[in-house]
Ligand binder design. Structure first.
Ligand SMILES: [Zn+2]
Length: 441
């Protein structure tokens, strides 16, 4: 037996997400900021959701499928038989993004309630902690078109300097679950804005950490203060202001340290020569590590928050005829404001890895397989709305595959295979799908 494609795949998915995550309520809740529109916000949302879920790749393609009646089969209600790419673009420019953000929160909240992250007695996360990551990323770049929220980036070319127009976003997602197929559920996102132009000064960009601070505040308001204990980040956030900001919220930071010019980096390097390392052999992942831990690093940094520094040397190995054969050696530095009583050095090492070096990294997946950097429709509200709908499609797709699809557990088909199955079901399904039986058992 092997994985069997089915024409029912897309209706099955929609039935599941409706039953478990009340998806028809999500559709119903959508609103357009204009008083009067030809095509409702519900129809625009559902059309774009299908476009992103099925990775159609462009709104033009979506409009063609609308024209051919393919989308209509999966709409709960049809307010207009056909509509064009412009209608979808205008709808996205006016859709209420605060509703999209609230609806995006439904899957992560439900997974938490359903103990997808384990319980206090049986944690399914590293050290039993609730860990989230933030990451800033460019979500698209244009050489010609710009909007009021574009940031200008100067790029060196053969004959001088060229301006590129860029949008950046900071994303928060769940990490640290121990199961190999764990979904890195996206919790929310916040755009990075160009700074206000002050007269006489050049316009600039606000820093990624300014957007990240807004995001952390918004996420606590949306999910509740207990939703996470630890934030893990790349080296960009290993700064005193960011550590103080998180500490004021009662949260811990675990992050990498990379910039050799900073006092933080130099102190970890110098002090690591004075401590004895601990040795850990992680047999399951075939990694040996030597960890030099520097307690009370904050004293030399003049930070007011207890901080530990770590220098970690990792050796990856294979077992050949009962002997270890080393494949690769890597050295990196990191820091944690998490106290030693709560997490030993090896837990810190694992938390750093929860975001970095994992195969199913959410942002890499979104870029490689979900067209995240594609310019579907360039406009401040539309760009942000598209990302939020994309994250919903991503979360629901993986929730369906990992938590519902029996044939995935049995036969482990690739994601590409399942994606193709969705597409073929979309193309060949001949009937209008019934949404009336959705709330059934
Ligand atoms: Zn723009």
């Amino acid at each position: 037996m092997s994985y069997e494609p089915t024409i029912e795949r897309l209706p099955n998915f929609l039935r599941y997400v409706n039953k478990v995550y009340r998806f028809s309520h999500t559709i119903d809740s959508m609103q357009d900021r204009r008083a009067d529109t030809d095509v409702s916000a519900q129809t625009i949302f559902m059309s774009v959701f299908l476009c992103l879920l099925l990775r159609l790749g462009s709104i033009r393609q979506l409009a063609k499928d609308v024209d051919a009646g393919k989308i209509r089969k999966f709409l709960p209600r049809v307010d207009k038989e056909t509509y064009c790419a412009n209608t979808v673009g205008n709808g996205l420019e006016n859709i209420d993004t605060s509703i999209l953000q609230r609806q995006l929160a439904i899957v992560p909240k439900k997974l938490r309630r359903n103990k997808a992250y384990g319980s206090a007695e049986h944690p399914r996360t590293i050290g039993g902690f609730r860990i989230v990551a933030v990451d800033g990323t460019e979500n698209f770049r244009s050489e010609s078109i710009c909007c009021p929220e574009c940031m200008e980036v100067h790029v060196k070319v053969k004959d001088g300097v060229k301006i590129n127009y860029v949008h950046k976003i900071v994303i928060m997602y769940v990490v640290g679950r121990l199961h190999p197929s764990a979904v890195q559920v996206i919790l929310g996102a916040e755009p990075t804005y160009p700074k206000d132009v002050i007269s006489g000064e050049e316009s600039g960009h606000e820093g990624e950490s300014t957007a990240a601070k807004r995001l952390v505040g918004n996420m606590i308001a949306l999910y509740g203060n207990g939703f996470f204990d630890i934030l893990t980040t790349d080296a960009y956030y290993s700064t005193k202001p960011f550590v103080l900001f998180l500490d004021s919220l009662g949260k811990y930071l675990v992050s990498r340290v990379k910039d050799a010019r900073t006092t933080l980096y130099k102190e970890i390097e110098t002090l690591s020569c004075m401590v004895e390392p601990i040795y850990v052999d992680d047999r399951e992942n075939r990694v040996e590590s030597l960890i030099y831990e520097i307690p009370e690093l904050h004293a030399v940094l003049d930070w007011d928050v207890p901080t530990r520094g770590f220098k970690i040397i990792e050796k990856t190995y294979n077992i050949v005829s009962g002997e270890k054969v080393y494949i690769k050696e890597e050295t990196f530095l990191c820091m944690a404001t998490l106290p030693g009583e709560l997490a030993d050095a090896d837990i810190v090492r694992q938390i750093v890895h929860a975001k970095w070096g994992v195969e199913n990294n959410a942002i890499k997946d979104l870029k490689d397989n979900w067209y995240m950097e594609h310019n579907f429709h360039h406009h401040p509200n539309a760009t942000y709305a598209l990302l939020l709908i994309l994250f919903m499609a991503h979360n629901l797709f993986y929730a369906y595959v990992f938590r519902h699809l029996k044939s995935y557990r049995l036969y482990q088909p690739t994601m590409k295979r399942i994606k193709e199955d969705f597409m073929s079901s979309f193309l060949h399904w001949k009937w209008r799908m019934s949404w009336t039986n959705f709330d059934g058992p």
